[in-house]
Design a protein around this ligand. Sequence first.
Ligand SMILES: Nc1ncnc2c1ncn2[C@@H]1O[C@H](COP(=O)(O)OP(=O)(O)OP(=O)(O)O)[C@@H](O)[C@H]1O
Ligand SMILES: [Mg+2]
Length: 250
Amino acid sequence: MNEIEVEYITKKFGKFTAVDNISLTVKKGEICGFLGPNGAGKTTTIRMLCGLLKPTECKGTVNGLDIMKNFEQIKKRIGYMSQKFSMYSYLTVEENLRFWGNCYDVKGRKLKERSDYLLNKLSLVELKNTKAGILTGGTRQRCALACALVHDPPIVFLDEPTSGADPIARRDFWKLIRELSSENITVLVTTHYLEEAEYCNNIILISGGKMIAKGTPSELKASVEGKIVGKKEITLEDFFIYKTESIYNK
Ligand SMILES: Nc1ncnc2c1ncn2[C@@H]1O[C@H](COP(=O)(O)OP(=O)(O)OP(=O)(O)O)[C@@H](O)[C@H]1O
Ligand SMILES: [Mg+2]
């Protein structure tokens, strides 16, 4: 069974449809990129898949669990790095890890071992006694990732994990994402940096709550070849702009 298997998922806020009948399939260990302009519905979809927001309609599973019925169990099996700053500013890096570990029922020696492993893996050892509130871009994001991984989840949802980080921090963060994938952890990630999306196995492009394309980065680029005047070598950015502008100009 696929780690994420959704035949359809929809979210309405009153009369407004934020996510409109999206389908997606993500295999174990795959990196799935979720792209779309601001307000497209990426965060809303992620929050539904994490069991944090109840869909209006949905047929699908996350880690084999029914999204509509088993959202409480789903929350425990996934890691979520939210788009907003999600750590406690006045707690140190290590205290944040301990706090999130306790929330997921990881305690005692197991929590100490897991924290030490993550501090080491995410190059946070020297910062473990630093208050989270004074961390800068890249280190702050690595700390948030460590918190999302503290209970060793098989799937992680990363909502714009690299926004605001410098190019080197972003490159290093994507190295970590690829390492997670090589450890068979499934990753669903949103980004507005389209050169990063090249690292994804599969990409889903949404706009106005609707899915407008999906495929591997090469498939998506090939789909607009010859359609963009004066462009021989198509980048994902060209594809993104072409597809989203053609939706707006319809
Ligand atoms: N609780 C809510 N009530 C009403 N509307 C909402 C709510 N949450 C989100 N929306 C609306 O749903 C749409 C999708 O929002 P969402 O945050 O999912 O977009 P996004 O693709 O993550 O955008 P961004 O790239 O800016 O993060 C937006 O128009 C937003 O204003
Ligand atoms: Mg968002």
